[in-house]
Each structure stands twice: as structure tokens, then as C-alpha cells.
Design a protein around this ligand. Sequence first.
Ligand SMILES: O=C(O)CCC(=O)C(=O)O
Length: 217
Amino acid sequence: MNQLDLEGMAPMLPEGFRWLPGWLAPGEAAALFEQLLHETRWEDQVLQMGGRMVPMPRRTAFYGPHAYAYSGLLHPACALPPRLDAVRARVEEASGHPFNTLLMNLYRDGADSVSWHSDDDYPHGGHPAVASLSLGATRRFRIAHKRSRESLGLDLTAGGLLVMEGTSQVDYRHALPKSAAVTAPRINLTFRFMSASNAREPRCRNARGQGPRWLST
Ligand SMILES: O=C(O)CCC(=O)C(=O)O
């Protein structure tokens, strides 16, 4: 795999990717980070990976009008709290795309990560764009073309907004690898537009509580 790693520099991103560093001013980014870190009802999950149950290496929170399912997990629909809805509206304006869904990730330190994937597993009603706001510790984000396998790294700094639009999710995968050098937490707010749920099986094994629920198998 050809790799382009420009330590500390923003590389030229492929078509379909826009990086807006410092989209939120440092003070606002820091205040939002502290509030979300302490006030969010973060969930610990276990993923179904090839028949094995694997603890998810990050914590999550989900808000949106439609339930979202992946890796054997179901996030029930949940209204966006007003403060996050205000961020959503600003992200819509900055990116030029509509968003109605927010998946938040909390990476406690460099041992937390997200593996290679594309955000293409839900009905988007013609709005496949994803916008990702970074708060807290800087983490290296990787993007790889699905066919040429060329890849590059981008340091996602606090307050930056990464917009992935066009065919970015069709042509590329992305990941946030583990990093032994990172000791502080990072929060990522990923905004999407879902036109319907992607859950094929709406029934749940555990119908109680507000947290994520397991799909029937
Ligand atoms: O934390 C990030 O910047 C990436 C998150 C991500 O890839 C996802 O939630 O699908």
C-alpha cells in the first residue's frame, strides 16, 4: 500500500474530502469537549465480529430519527438534545449538506480506535455526505482508496471539521488506528442523513432500557 504521511502537515486530500481546521475556536471546542465528556450517557458495547463477541474499542452515543444497526448492534432512534441540535445546524450550514443523525465516539486514549470501514451502511435518501467534528486530543485519521489502495494520514485537531461528500464513501475506506503516543481522550461527532432505519430486524432481544439493543439472530 502506498502511504503518504506528512507529520504535522495537512496533506492534499482526494476529491470528496474537505478539512476545515479550527472550524470551532479553541475556547468553544474545549468547552464543548468538557461538557460532552462529562454529561453524555456514553455506552459500552460489544460487537459481533465473524461469530465472536468483541468489546468495542471506544464508547458511543447515538441520536437520530431512525434506529441504526451495525455489527449485531441496534441503536434505537433518539432525539438530539438542543445543544447538539444547535451544533448540527451549524455543521449543516458550513458543509452545505443536511444532517439529521449524530453518532458520537469517545476514544479514551490511544488504545481506543475504529477499524477500516466506509459510512455506507444506511439509507441516505440521496444525501451520502458525512461531517465529522473533532474535539480533544489530536488523532491520526487514515483514508485509503478501495481499489488502488493508496492511503494517506490526516491529523484531526480539536475544533476541526472533516466533510466527506460525493463518492467518498463509495471509493474510500477510513480508520482511526490505535496510537501508543496518545494518552488523552478525544471525542468525534459524526453527522449523517438517514432517510430510514437500516435495521432489517426491528425486534430486540432486550426491549428494556434506553441503551443499544441486540438484534435477534
Ligand atoms: O473518530 C473519527 O474521526 C472517525 C469516526 C468514524 O469513522 C465513524 O464513526 O464512522
